[in-house]
Write a protein that binds this ligand. Structure first.
Ligand SMILES: *[C@@H]1O[C@H](CO)[C@@H](O)[C@H](O)[C@H]1NC(C)=O
Ligand SMILES: *[C@@H]1O[C@H](CO)[C@@H](O)[C@H](O)[C@H]1NC(C)=O
Length: 308
């Protein structure tokens, strides 16, 4: 397995942890998966990648977050209207990823879950409740397609409120149809091969224009097909072999169709370590195998007593 994944796992800072469950028993919680038919990566020969020549403006950051703190970095500055509280953020992110996965599928843009979002899928097919942003990857050919045909496009997404979500949406009731709008925004610097100062490692974003919360989209490129064929990487030095990614597997995430890399487990281990698959207390949440959910510690009375 490639070990050159340098990016620090942002979802998993060091915290005390306890080893309770074995990986094998956890695997039972993973949503059903199957192999997809698309067994080859899309061809990238015609990509404008690297054809831009010298670009003095490359290091000028394209995506601007609401601020530099960890909390504010989860929002696009243009659409930020205040921090989304913990109780509401999962619904916002759930619609964000559902809309992204559904719309990209309908546009024919192949994308798959990555980083902390892939880890959330591995545990129970859901976003980990302490995550405030989402990650997806595409091939450079798909990013070219998105850029040329859909950059700057707004996409309407309708969903019906179920009773569970009522509590977080006081103005709405069960059965109401909510219409959301999302923007696909492609970084003009995506065609750069290099990382530069790291200001533009995110190639595109799928942005909730009501809150500014987003899906980070990064493209994998076979950077040196002649001397290192079959080695793919993003601008932030995550490396994969063709067979780590393709053929993608079909699965579900947050209740909608999704794709994941073929060697998803090796990818997660390389990025986050084995502990990310066995530790059952993280970021103030505890894993309950009976309900297959991460629950915030202190959310039921007995736990609150323990915390106090
Ligand atoms: C995408 O569109 C925005 C404007 O909506 C523009 O600033 C940006 O340069 C475009 N990106 C690409 C890759 O052309
Ligand atoms: C807290 O809630 C979880 C999930 O509902 C449940 O499985 C667990 O037993 C509860 N813990 C206690 C100590 O009551």
């Amino acid at each position: 397995m490639n070990s050159s994944m340098l990016r620090l796992p942002r979802a998993l800072p060091t915290l005390p942890f306890c080893l309770v469950l074995l990986i094998s028993s956890l695997l039972l919680g993973v949503a059903a998966i199957s192999r997809t038919s698309s067994s080859n990566p899309p061809r990238q020969e015609n990509s404008p990648l690297g054809r831009s020549g010298y670009r003095p403006d490359f290091d000028e950051k394209y995506f601007h977050e609401a601020g530099n703190t960890l909390e504010l970095s989860h929002y696009d500055g243009r659409y930020f209207r205040g921090e989304v509280p913990y109780e509401a953020h999962r619904d916002v992110l759930t619609q964000l990823i559902r809309s992204y996965l559904s719309v990209t599928a309908s546009l024919g843009a192949e994308t798959w879950l990555a980083h902390g979002t892939l880890l959330g899928w591995w545990w129970n097919g859901h976003i980990m409740p302490w995550d405030y942003d989402l990650d997806a990857q595409v091939s450079i050919a798909t990013l070219d397609f998105m850029s040329q045909n859909f950059n700057g496009t707004f996409h309407e997404w309708k969903y019906v409120l179920d009773s569970e979500e009522d509590a977080d949406n006081e103005a709405y009731g069960e059965g109401d149809v909510i219409t959301k709008t999302y923007l696909l925004d492609v970084n003009p610097n995506y065609i750069e091969v290099d990382r530069g100062q790291g200001n533009n490692v995110i190639d595109a974003r799928w942005i909730d224009v009501d809150t500014g919360m987003y899906v980070d989209i990064t493209a994998l490129v076979e950077r040196d097909p002649n001397t290192m064929p079959g080695v793919w990487s993003c601008k932030n030095f995550h490396y994969y072999r063709t067979r780590d990614i393709w053929p993608l597997r079909d699965t579900t995430f947050e209740g909608v169709g999704a794709k994941i890399p073929f060697e998803f487990e090796n990818i997660l281990i390389a990025e986050y370590g084995h502990k990310s698959m066995v530790v059952t207390e993280w970021e103030g949440h505890r894993w309950y195998p009976d309900i297959k959910e991460w629950v915030k510690i202190g959310w039921n009375d007995t736990e609150t007593e323990k915390v106090l």
